[in-house]
Design a protein around this ligand. Structure first.
Ligand code: NAD
Length: 357
C-alpha cells in the first residue's frame, strides 16, 4: 500500500429523521443562549419556525443569504450579529446559507451549527468561497469548519426533485474528484465510494417520488460522506471549471457541477484507469465504461446538459477556458488550454461526454 496522510474531520454529526428537535439539547450542551439564525429569503419561514421552537434562545433572524457568499451580504449580517450580541450561529439551508454562516464564523469565532437542507456538502468542509467585485476567492482554514451538523431528512423533503438531483450530482462530483486526488487516501476513497453508491441508488427514486423518505435519507447520508471527501482531499479540474463558471459567469452551482462532471471525468479518464474501473462498478449500465454509466444516470435523472441553457454565451467559452488555466494546479492529466476549451464547448452545447479529448 502506498504512503498517505489522513486527517480526521472533527465535526459532530447528529443524523436522523426528526433530529432538528434535538437542537435545544445541543444548545444546552454547548451553553448557547443568543443565536443568530441564517437562511435565504426563500427559506425565511423555516428560519422563523426554528425561532419559534427555540423558546427565546434566538436573538435574531437574518434571511438574506445569497449564492457565492457576496461579502456585501456578509458585512450586513455581521453588523446585525454584533448588534444583537449573538453568541452562536445557526445556518439552516443549502451551501449559500452555510457559506454565510462560515463567513461570519471565521470573522467572529462564534460557534456554528449547520442544518443542511440540500446535498451540496459545504457543512463538512473547512472551505469558504466568497465573492467580491465579480471574483470568487476560496480559502481553507480549519476554523471555518462548522462545529456541529444536524442532518434531518424531513427538511430535505421540500427540495424540488430537479434541484435534489443536481444537488446530489454536485455531491457525487466531490467524491469522484476525491478518488483521483493527489493526496487521495484509502479511508477517504472508501467514504467516496460509499457516498457515490448511496446517491446513485437514491437519486433515481427521488426524481420519481420526491417524498420517499428512505431514498431521501440515503441521499443525505451520501451527501455527508461526499462532503467529507471535499473537505479532506484536494479537488482538480472539475471543481476548478465549476468555480470559474460560477464565480466569473454567474452559472448556477449545482447545475454547473452536473453538466461539467461527465466531461471532466472523460478528460481525466486516460490517466486514472483504476478509478474509472471502480466507478464503472458503481454506475449501473456502465458495461465497464464509467462515462457510459454516468451518461445513462444523467439521462435517467432528466437533468439539463447544456451551459447555454443557463445563460452562458458562445463568447464566454474561450474566456472561461483562459481563466480556468490561468493558475496552475494539480490534476491527474496535464491541463491543455485547447482541450479545456473544447471540453467547455461540449458542455456549452450539451453534448454527451466522450473520452476522446
Ligand atoms: P443554495 O444554498 O444556493 O440553495 C438553492 C436554493 O434552494 C435557495 O433558494 C435555497 O433557499 C433553496 N433550498 C435549499 N434547501 C431547500 C429545501 N430543502 N427546500 C426548498 N428550498 C430549498 O444551493 P446549494 O447548491 O446547496 O449551495 C450552493 C452554494 O454553496 C454555492 O455558493 C457554492 O459555492 C457553495 N458550496 C460551498 C461548498 C464549500 O465547501 N465551501 C460546498 C458546496 C457548495
Amino acid at each position: 500500500m502506498r504512503s498517505f496522510v489522513y486527517n480526521a474531520s472533527p465535526a459532530r454529526v447528529i443524523f436522523g429523521q426528526g433530529s432538528v428537535k434535538k437542537l435545544p439539547e445541543e444548545l444546552a450542551r454547548q451553553n448557547l443562549k443568543a443565536l443568530i439564525v441564517l437562511s435565504t429569503p426563500q427559506q425565511a419561514s423555516l428560519a422563523e419556525s426554528l425561532e419559534l421552537s427555540l423558546n427565546g434562545k434566538v436573538a435574531g433572524v437574518f434571511t438574506e443569504a445569497a449564492m457565492h457568499t457576496p461579502t456585501s451580504v456578509t458585512e450586513k449580517a455581521l453588523a446585525y450579529a454584533q448588534a444583537i450580541n449573538a453568541d452562536s450561529i445557526i445556518s439552516v439551508g443549502g451551501g449559500s446559507t452555510i457559506g454565510l454562516g462560515k463567513a461570519i464564523g471565521i470573522r467572529t469565532n462564534l460557534p456554528h451549527i449547520c442544518i443542511p437542507t440540500t446535498y451540496a456538502g459545504s457543512e463538512m468542509t473547512p472551505i469558504l468561497g466568497e465573492t467580491a467585485d465579480g471574483q470568487k476567492r476560496t480559502r481553507s482554514d480549519p476554523k471555518i469548519l462548522p462545529g456541529t451538523v444536524i442532518y434531518d431528512v424531513d427538511l430535505t423533503l421540500t427540495l424540488p426533485a430537479d434541484m435534489s438531483v443536481t444537488s446530489g450530482l454536485n455531491s457525487i462530483a466531490h467524491a469522484v474528484e476525491a478518488l483521483y486526488a493527489q493526496n487521495a487516501n484509502p479511508i477517504i476513497s472508501l467514504l467516496a465510494k460509499e457516498g457515490i453508491k448511496a446517491l446513485v441508488g437514491s437519486l433515481p427514486i427521488i426524481i420519481d417520488d420526491p417524498s420517499n423518505l428512505a431514498a431521501r435519507s440515503a441521499a443525505q447520508y451520501g451527501s455527508w460522506l461526499c462532503g467529507l471527501c471535499l473537505g479532506s482531499v484536494g479537488m482538480s479540474i472539475h471543481h476548478k471549471l465549476c468555480h470559474t463558471l460560477g464565480g466569473s459567469f454567474n452559472m448556477p452551482h449545482a447545475e454547473t457541477h452536473t453538466i461539467i462532471l461527465p466531461h471532466a471525468l472523460a478528460y481525466n479518464a486516460p490517466k486514472i484507469p483504476e478509478v474509472m474501473e471502480e466507478l464503472a462498478a458503481i454506475f449501473p449500465g456502465s458495461e465497464g465504461d464509467a462515462i457510459r454509466g454516468l451518461n445513462m444516470l444523467l439521462t435517467r435523472l432528466k437533468v439539463r446538459r447544456a451551459l447555454k441553457d443557463f445563460g452562458l454565451k458562445q463568447d464566454d467559452v474561450e474566456k472561461a477556458a483562459e481563466l480556468a488555466v490561468a493558475n496552475s494546479y494539480w490534476n491527474p492529466r496535464e491541463i491543455e488550454k485547447d482541450l479545456i476549451e473544447e471540453l467547455i464547448q461540449r458542455a456549452y452545447e450539451g453534448s454527451e461526454a466522450k473520452a476522446d479529448l
